[in-house]
Design a protein around this ligand. Structure first.
Ligand code: PGA
Length: 257
């Protein structure tokens, strides 16, 4: 049985005060006890990671970075390396988010470099993949997501389901309020899991968490989480308000899967 991960991707939102208020409320809830099988993760902007990690200390809540440099170290102004993240004890990092791919021209080659850096530094990547609306309408969903997996993971050492988290995020569902139905998401997740089984092993595929992202909200999260291959959510907009995040966490905790 895989854990359920409720990962909040705050993107470029929240300053220190707001972030700490949110984190303190979340920690209070976490201290009351969260089901063994549920893992809350919050990905704030870079400068806030340490602050939040301090608030969450001793609780089950984990922090994640939203991105990492493809370079190891050196003269790359404005970049943050995997080594720097590791020195802060950051356990997870989102990589290949569609906003990075489209606004910053990140190709799978770059995503691959980032994955290498993260794995070398002992940080677990949350690798985002997903098709655009045009690609879905052209019937290319499977080809696109498998192509992204092949290209991003080529030559990367993934040995167990604990080495990586995949987030299926159809681009047309991100920030649009237009979520994939449970059926559409499950279809994509099962394609991903089958690919993992063929590429690595059945055991690895069964253990590796695959999150869904794209307009996940308190009202639709349950339908998604009930699907056999959906192991949690990577949630943008609806993770910004503590009450909304806690509602989604609660659905995950009380899920009868
Ligand atoms: P959204 O964002 O929940 O606001 O659609 C998801 C994401 O970009 O990870």
């Amino acid at each position: 049985m895989r854990d359920i991960i409720i990962a909040g991707n705050w993107k470029m939102n929240k300053g220190l005060g707001e972030a700490v208020d949110f984190a303190e409320r979340l920690k209070q809830v976490a201290e009351k006890g969260i089901a063994e099988t549920v893992l809350p993760i919050i990905a704030p902007a870079f400068p806030l990671i340490s602050h939040l990690a301090k608030v969450f200390e001793g609780s089950k809540v984990m922090v994640a970075a939203q991105d990492v440099s493809a370079h190891k170290s050196g003269a790359f102004t404005g970049e943050v390396s995997a080594e720097i993240l590791a020195s802060l004890g950051v356990p997870y990092c989102i990589v290949g988010h569609s906003e990075r791919r489209s606004y910053h021209g990140e190709s799978c080659e770059i995503v691959r470099e980032k994955l290498l850096r993260l794995i070398d530094s002992g940080i677990k990547p949350i690798l985002c993949i997903g098709e655009t609306l045009a690609q879905r309408e052209e019937g290319q969903t499977e080809e696109i997501i498998l192509g992204q997996l092949e290209n991003c993971l080529s030559g990367i050492g993934i040995y167990s389901g604990k080495d990586l988290i995949i987030a299926y995020e159809p681009v047309w569902a991100i920030g649009t309020g237009r979520t994939a139905t449970g059926k559409q998401a499950q279809e994509a997740h099962s394609i991903i899991r089958n690919w993992l089984a063929e590429r690595y092993s059945h055991t690895l595929a069964e253990a590796l968490p695959i999150l869904y992202g794209g307009s996940v909200k308190p009202y639709n999260i349950e339908e998604l989480l009930l699907k056999p291959d959906i192991d949690g959510g990577l949630i943008g907009g609806a993770s910004l308000e503590i009450d909304s995040y806690l509602k989604m966490l609660d659905k995950a905790i009380n899920l009868n899967k």
